[in-house]
Design a protein around this ligand. Structure first.
Ligand SMILES: CC(C)(COP(=O)(O)OP(=O)(O)OC[C@H]1O[C@@H](n2cnc3c(N)ncnc32)[C@H](O)[C@@H]1OP(=O)(O)O)[C@@H](O)C(=O)NCCC(=O)NCCS
Length: 329
């Protein structure tokens, strides 16, 4: 079967920055009030005429170049997103055309903030089975497009961005060592966009009530995130028979700095082992983990042989984790 890992990585963020200053004025709060609750200082926002695929294409090209491949070498494209350009065709098809990956099949995965982990597990399975050789996985989201700009709880949290990896064969002993995925649909109402699908097709009334934007029970999601994050770390360590000391760096979904701090405290994880860039980008949903991974690599925080732990959680409810021994040529 051989080992399967990450051959290349890249990311792209929109240039426009939304600071706490602007949001504090909008909501009559202070900048500190936002930062204390979330750890976020600023986030990137896509322009009105920039869609998720525009960000995804730039991240994808960077990852393919880093992998020393050409777009025509890619045989499958998976885009993890819950802000597709449109209901259909899939954003993956738009990326396929945009990068000229003429030999690739393409589909989207909808698992919200866990999308990158679900996508990684899928990509690894395809390469392990021998069905595909080079799978491009993109996590891309533009939640600014589905946020109610009068809702303080969601407006302060989310930002836009895209991160990508190329998944393929790596030398024996490197690559993904284990993964876990889970879901609990009984929590679907905790974080959702109620209207615009087949349950409530858009009407003027629904639009007037902004039901085409995110509705979130922040308190419940907060508690779920801490619980599941801790469970996943314990489970994956058990499953792979490793210890916390073996793990070089945890790259978690960047939802709220307080969530990362609470888990670090409970599991006694030193701060330098929990990667955090939420300060500058906010929660970028499926893009959070691949952007953080790319940034950590670019800043020389990861070296060959390091054991990395990706942890994702979000709407669905969904969760997933992946343990990987880093390979670098
Ligand atoms: C929206 C948000 C910033 C509002 O923050 P807030 O006004 O400070 O907090 P909330 O009233 O929503 O409640 C946060 C709750 O988290 C829980 N909590 C906070 N710190 C905690 C910790 N260290 N351990 C366990 N639970 C904790 C508490 O139950 C707290 O409620 P309480 O103070 O009434 O007991 C916050 O709720 C949030 O970030 N939620 C998660 C949203 C999210 O990450 N969404 C995307 C998921 S992918």
């Amino acid at each position: 079967m051989g080992s399967v890992g990450i051959l290349g990585y890249g990311y792209y963020l929109p240039e426009l920055i939304m600071t706490n200053h602007e949001l504090a004025i909008r909501f009559g709060k202070t900048e500190n009030w936002i930062e204390e609750r979330t750890g976020i200082k600023e986030r990137r926002i896509a322009k009105y005429n920039t869609a998720t695929s525009d960000l995804a294409i730039k991240a994808a090209l960077a990852a393919i170049e880093k992998a020393n491949l050409l777009p025509e070498d890619i045989d499958l494209i998976i885009v993890a997103t819950t802000t597709p350009d449109m209901i259909f065709p899939s954003t993956a098809c738009l990326v396929q055309n945009g990068i000229g990956a003429c030999n690739a099949a393409a589909f989207d995965i909808s698992a919200a903030c866990t999308g990158f982990i679900y996508g990684l597990d899928t990509a690894v399975s395809y390469v392990s089975s021998g069905q595909y050789n080079n799978v491009l996985l993109v996590g891309a989201d533009t939640y600014s497009k589905i946020t109610n700009h009068n809702d303080i709880n969601t407006s302060i949290l989310f930002g836009d961005g895209a991160g990508a990896v190329v998944v393929g064969k790596v030398p024996e002993g490197f690559g993904v060592l284990g993964s876990i995925m889970g879901a609990d649909g009984s929590g679907a109402d905790l974080l959702k966009v109620p209207a615009g699908g087949s349950r409530q097709p858009l009407t003027h009334g629904l639009l007037d009530n902004r039901l085409n934007t995110i509705v979130m029970n922040g308190r419940e999601v907060f508690q779920f995130a801490i619980r599941i994050f801790e469970n996943m770390i314990n489970q994956i360590i058990d499953k792979t028979r490793l210890t916390m000391e073996d793990i070089s760096l945890i790259i978690p979904h960047q939802a709220n700095k307080r969530i990362l701090a609470a888990v670090s405290e409970k599991l006694k994880i030193p701060p330098e082992k929990m990667y955090c860039n939420i300060e500058y980008y906010g929660n970028m949903s499926s893009a959070s983990i691949p952007v953080a991974l790319s940034e950590a690599c670019n800043n020389d925080k990861i070296k060959k042989g390091d054991i990395l732990l990706f942890v994702g959680f979000g709407a669905g409810l969904t969760w997933g984790t992946s343990l990987i021994k880093w390979y670098d040529r």
